[in-house]
Design a protein around this ligand. Structure first.
Ligand code: PEP
Length: 255
């Protein structure tokens, strides 16, 4: 059985003291054994949050990482630096990086390889724009993002990754994909993994849903057979709502 992950993407939000307070709030909450909990603060507060998470089961993740190990790459943060600060996960290919910062599948692929080589689990984001959904291109878009971002990885490496399906039109908009819309894409992605790699990677890879997940819709989304957790933006910025989503996933795991 795939262990669900609830990951919080804080994006470029919260100052140092708010980050510490939020991390403390989540650490003090309930951490069901069947669920993996990950928090991804901004780079500059990773160290502060890492200290708060010490001794708790809550894990730390980066919001991005560069593909080169070191050198003249101004402003970049290597995977080894993330690992040094205690990151076990890194979000890669988030739609905001693809669309605001122009990241290509090739770049994301380089970052995937670097994360895996460093022992950090990449959370690879894929998702279509509203106009792509409306013109019937959802499957083609997410498949080409997945193929491009996973290029040259072995089936064993792919099995170590996490994928997040995040329809771009649902991120930060309050619009959520229906559980059926999300399940359809998750099932397509899993089928593609089986076709491109093997049954074991397809069965092992956890596919998270992201896009306006909140306490009121989490249980229904997480009850879908191919949805193995959530990547949460806005609702991860408050301990109470993030903990409620974690609780919704536990209730689901227990069913
Ligand atoms: C995200 O940042 O990945 C995300 C899904 O954001 P939100 O939950 O705010 O839509």
């Amino acid at each position: 059985m795939r262990r669900p992950i609830i990951a919080g993407n804080w994006k470029m939000n919260l100052d140092r003291s708010d980050s510490i307070e939020l991390a403390r709030g989540v650490v003090q909450g309930t951490h069901p054994a069947g669920v993996e909990i990950v928090m991804c603060p901004t780079f500059v507060y990773l160290d502060a949050v890492s200290g708060i998470l010490e001794g708790s089961p809550v894990k730390l993740g980066g919001q991005d990482g560069y593909q080169e190990p070191n050198g003249a790459f101004t402003g970049a943060i290597s995977m080894a630096m993330l690992a040094d600060l205690g990151c076990e996960y890194v979000i890669l290919g988030h739609s905001e990086r693809r669309h605001c910062m122009g990241e290509t599948n090739d770049l994301v692929n380089g970052k995937m390889k670097a994360a895996l080589a460093t022992g950090i689990t990449p959370i690879l984001c894929v998702g279509e724009l509203l106009e792509e959904r409306e013109s019937g291109q959802t499957q083609a878009v997410v498949e080409s993002q997945m193929d491009g971002s996973l290029a040259d990885l072995s089936a064993e490496q792919v099995a170590q990754t996490v994928i997040a399906y995040e329809p771009v039109w649902a991120i930060g908009t309050g619009k959520t994909a229906t559980p059926e819309q999300a399940q359809e894409v998750h099932a397509d992605l899993r089928k593609l993994l089986a076709k491109r790699y093997n049954a074991q990677s397809s069965d092992t890879v956890r596919i998270l849903y992201g896009g306006s997940v909140k306490p009121s819709n989490a249980a229904e989304l997480l009850s879908q057979p191919d949805i193995d957790g959530a990547l949460v933006g806005g609702a991860s910025l408050q301990a109470e709502s993030f903990l409620q989503i974690i609780a919704a996933s536990t209730a689901e795991a227990a069913n």
